[in-house]
Design a protein around this ligand. Structure first.
Ligand SMILES: Cc1cn([C@H]2C[C@H](O)[C@@H](COP(=O)(O)OP(=O)(O)O[C@H]3O[C@H](C)C(=O)[C@H](O)[C@H]3O)O2)c(=O)[nH]c1=O
Length: 184
């Protein structure tokens, strides 16, 4: 569910259909035939306690898909693609295992995950993990201005000392251009 702000272009939020019966629930996570489906190269599970924030990260080669399997988390998003029609669009989407959503995050979108409760979040990656394909900025960078609710998250010291989001935009532009050139 979109909590606040506006969704950047190309970010896809797909509600997953829960099939309940007396045994519990089953829902499909992904089908290759769904529009905009991401070919998955790797699956990750992220488990954290309430109050933790992971990110903000931005990838220039990898598309991520996030969904909550247990608990609730907030996904803060911001469009850092300077040539995007929604450049600087930012928002917060709630991932709730009770009404699951799959959120697809294309390249160039900064994202951070705040755990509202203890939670287990699944991430599908379109490419295998490459530490070089991870840039970052602070979750509360004023230029980024993600419309988080009032939170005081626990973050790694590393994630408090990234360059500013404004500087990050230039890095992202250069990397996206290089990735596009390599594809041609
Ligand atoms: C993503 C990944 C990480 N790692 C290793 C690297 C570190 O030693 C350790 C923790 O990784 P990292 O510090 O990158 O994790 P987060 O900062 O929580 O990042 C995660 O959450 C933010 C929001 C993201 O967007 C990242 O892509 C996502 O995976 O696992 C691996 O071995 N494989 C992997 O696929």
């Amino acid at each position: 569910m979109l909590l606040s702000g506006s969704l950047p272009a190309d970010v896809q939020v797909r509600p997953l259909i829960a099939r309940h019966d007396q045994r519990g629930v089953l829902f499909e996570l992904s089908r290759n035939s769904w529009e905009g489906a991401v070919p998955v190269a790797q699956w990750n599970a992220l488990q954290s306690q309430a109050g933790v924030l992971r990110g903000m990260a931005v990838h220039c080669e990898n598309t991520d898909v996030y969904l909550a399997l247990e608990g609730r988390a907030l996904l803060g998003l911001a469009d850092l693609r300077s040539d995007s029609p929604s450049f600087r669009a930012r928002c917060v989407v709630e991932l709730d295992a009770k009404s699951p959503l799959a959120v697809t995050i294309p390249v160039g979108i900064a994202h951070g995950l705040y755990f509202e409760t203890d939670a287990l979040v699944l991430a599908a990656l379109s490419r295998r993990f490459d530490a070089e394909d991870k840039l970052g900025c602070c979750w509360d960078d004023p230029w980024l201005a993600i419309p988080w609710p009032s939170i005081s998250p626990r973050v790694l010291a590393r994630d408090q000392h990234w360059p500013s989001a404004k500087q990050l935009v230039e890095q992202v532009s250069a990397r996206l251009a290089a990735a596009k050139a390599a594809d041609c």
